[in-house]
Design a protein around this ligand. Structure first.
Ligand code: UDP
Length: 332
């Protein structure tokens, strides 16, 4: 199959490209390299292009005739989205509409969309099922929820079939050590803890110890990036087989607090990290834990790396051995 992976040079997209290539698909990465890395795309065709550029999209669709599109190219920082909502609506909404319109123009029917737990807002119950009310609290969550609603309308009007995958906390790295997380600037907990443990940073900040959780720090559901990609692959197969659009929550169904993540990272690395307590980060719900049972049942998805220490170990291998040397300047 010809699969167009938009944002294939980013963290999750690059792991997806690798998996699709291993499965024997023809992969075309479309990425503007604004936050991704060309050397993270381990094979297939590469088109440097922007989603705002309809002509470039048309040329790409004409040239490669994709059977399906996976869309990973979005802005992902909640805090930034509050400060600069225009950026989020321009990229996550308007640019995604450009992509969907190109799909409609070229008769490509199947779309796998990277959505987020942020569409649910403050949870009314836990674990969060795919049918939990959608009340996003910030422009990032809203931008993703808008596209989920657009997809319903596009299916009705244009027959475009889609699967929305709501990620909880993507983490870890390819078990081979070939790929990993490389955000600049990095804002996610696990890579930041590991950078502090490797000596690239002085300390790790804990944003709030006064949450209503057993140790006072926020609880999240960390899911291995390879397991996320496996879910995409299964979702694409099911979508093409059944023609039935759907939405799934992707997590392990188990929550760990910020302090538990730090403790686990110290155990995995055998090192100690300096912890600095800071005020709460705005917009952080106390607990986010997925109910992944619908994905397990309908996709036959079962995470291969549900264990937090394994997730951290793979990220540590990347942090200590995999990262390009110029990025690793300060490793102890
Ligand atoms: N967090 C933290 N220190 C950091 C980065 C994150 O305490 O340096 C906390 C953050 O407040 C949240 C959890 O770790 O409760 C996970 O945050 P992350 O940014 O990794 O993912 P998010 O849940 O925002 O998608």
């Amino acid at each position: 199959m010809n699969i167009l992976v938009v944002g294939g040079a980013g963290y999750i997209g690059s792991h997806m490209v690798k998996m699709l290539l291993e499965q024997g698909h023809c992969v075309i990465t479309y990425d503007n390299l604004s936050t991704g890395f060309r050397d993270a795309v381990l094979g297939g065709e590469f088109v440097k292009g922007d989603l705002a550029d309809a002509a470039r999209l048309d040329e790409t669709f004409r040239r490669f005739l994709p059977d399906a599109v996976m869309h990973f190219a979005s802005h992902i920082q909640v805090g930034e989205s509050v400060e600069h909502p225009a950026r989020y609506y321009a990229n996550n909404v308007a640019n995604t509409l450009n992509l969907l319109d190109a799909m409609v123009r070229h008769g490509v029917e199947y779309f796998i969309f990277s959505s987020t737990a942020a569409i649910f807002g403050e949870p009314e119950y836990l674990p969060i099922s795919p049918f939990h009310p959608r009340v996003p609290l910030n422009p990032y969550g809203r931008s993703k929820w808008i596209i989920e609603m657009v997809l319903e309308d596009y299916e009705r009007a244009y027959g475009l079939k889609s699967t929305c995958l709501r990620y909880f906390n993507a983490a870890g790295a390819d078990p081979s050590g070939a790929l990993g997380e490389r955000h600049e600037p990095e804002t996610h907990l696990i890579p930041l803890v590991l950078q502090a443990l490797s000596g690239r940073r002085d300390s790790i900040s804990v944003f709030g110890r006064d949450y209503d959780t057993p140790d006072g720090t926020c609880i999240r559901d960390y899911i291995h990036v390879t397991d996320l990609c496996a879910a995409h692959s299964l979702a694409m197969k099911r979508l093409m087989r059944t023609d039935a659009s759907s939405c799934y929550n992707l997590g392990n169904g188990q929550g760990f607090s910020v302090q538990e993540v730090i403790d686990a990272a110290e155990r995995v690395t055998g090192r100690r990290v300096k912890v600095v307590d800071r005020p709460r980060r705005s917009g952080d719900p106390a607990r986010l834990v997925a109910d992944p049972r619908l994905a397990e049942k309908e996709l036959g998805w079962k995470p291969a790396y549900p264990d937090l220490e394994t997730i951290i170990l793979h990220a540590w291998v990347w942090e200590s051995l995999g990262l390009p040397s110029e990025t690793r300047r300060h490793v102890a």
